[in-house]
Write a protein that binds this ligand. Structure first.
Ligand code: CDT
Length: 304
């Protein structure tokens, strides 16, 4: 019998700053219920799925910044989503802003957690490729993630989810080939990722027509070259005055888009992913043990 995993990608529309956590978590629970009703076995939500994408603003007040972060997961306001996972028997990957107490200090990460179909925590990933800058730069779309987040320090972990090897990635990570290769080498069969991607960038108006192409291109190549299934969830639409692209998708290890969102709003897309396709694709081109030449790739891991 074929090994399969039914993946649901839960795209959200914009989450305005004025929305309460309770309202937002209610939307996520509703999406998870829709996914479960259609037979989903795992779901993925966007990056920063509990709040607006606040790095579009320069904020100085630490308390105001920390209001976008979660000090515990689940916390009082997110517990409902974990309870829904257990009730529906559908686990999920959720992007959020993490306030961690580590090494005797408070640390800020752009994080995604994987939660099991029993509602229990499975594992955590912290965004590795943190884009943008710490200060606004003239002529550049304001994207201040490097002001608010440390880069991830947990590597590229892969977790067991009901016997399937699942890895996580967050937004800008999807543009970097190393993300997929690390997940692949760590044994991933499925990569779940979430993103918040501006529709327009002030620094490159000539590339505006390529925003969606450049969304899907690296994910399709990453899936194909690393024989992965990918589920990618956008936060889409006009959020606090900034347009975010949609294009949430499920991508096969062949590089084909198996499912694609049709809106810029809350929407569930699903696909029953045939995990045996991974082996088929490996047989065609990617017998890693036989053909890879890691001894010749050393520069890739040398310091910048
Ligand atoms: N959230 C995130 O990582 N967004 C980036 C945009 C960076 S623009 C400086 C992305 O790659 O979509």
């Amino acid at each position: 019998m074929a090994r399969c995993l039914t993946i649901a990608v839960c795209q959200t529309g914009p989450i305005q700053r004025s929305a309460t956590r309770a309202e937002t978590v209610g939307r996520l629970v509703h999406l998870l219920e829709k996914a479960a009703a259609c037979g989903a076995e795992i779901a993925v939500f966007p990056e920063m799925a509990l709040t607006t994408f606040f790095p579009r603003w320069r904020i100085d007040d630490q308390a105001e910044i920390d209001a976008f972060f979660e000090a515990s997961m689940p916390g009082p306001e997110t517990r409902r989503l974990y309870d829904a996972a257990a009730r529906l028997k559908v686990g999920f990957a959720l992007g959020y802003c993490e306030l961690a107490q580590e090494e005797g200090r408070t640390r800020h990460f752009n994080t995604m957690d994987l939660v099991g179909p029993d509602g229990a925590f499975i594992g955590r990933y912290r965004k590795m490729h943190v884009p943008g800058s710490a200060e606004p730069e003239a002529g550049t779309t304001r994207h201040l993630e490097r002001r608010y987040f440390e880069p991830g320090n947990l590597g590229f972990p892969v977790f067991d989810y009901r016997g399937v090897r699942v890895g996580l990635a967050i937004c800008n990570d999807r543009r970097w080939p190393e993300t997929y290769r690390m997940l692949c080498l760590n044994g991933a069969e499925v990569a779940l990722l979430g993103y918040n991607t501006p529709l327009l960038l002030d620094e490159a108006p000539a590339l505006a027509h390529l925003r969606m192409f450049h969304n899907h291109l690296p994910m399709q190549a990453g899936a194909y070259q690393n024989t992965l299934w990918i589920g990618a969830a956008a936060k889409a639409g006009l959020e606090d005055g900034q347009a975010l692209i949609g294009g949430s998708c499920i991508i096969a290890p062949t590089g084909e888009i198996a499912a694609l969102a049709m809106s810029l709003d809350d929407e569930v897309i699903m696909h029953r992913a045939d995990l045996d396709l991974i082996d088929t694709c490996r047989k065609v081109n990617f017998n890693f043990a036989l053909y890879r030449r890691p001894d010749q790739y050393r520069r890739i891991s040398e310091p910048v």
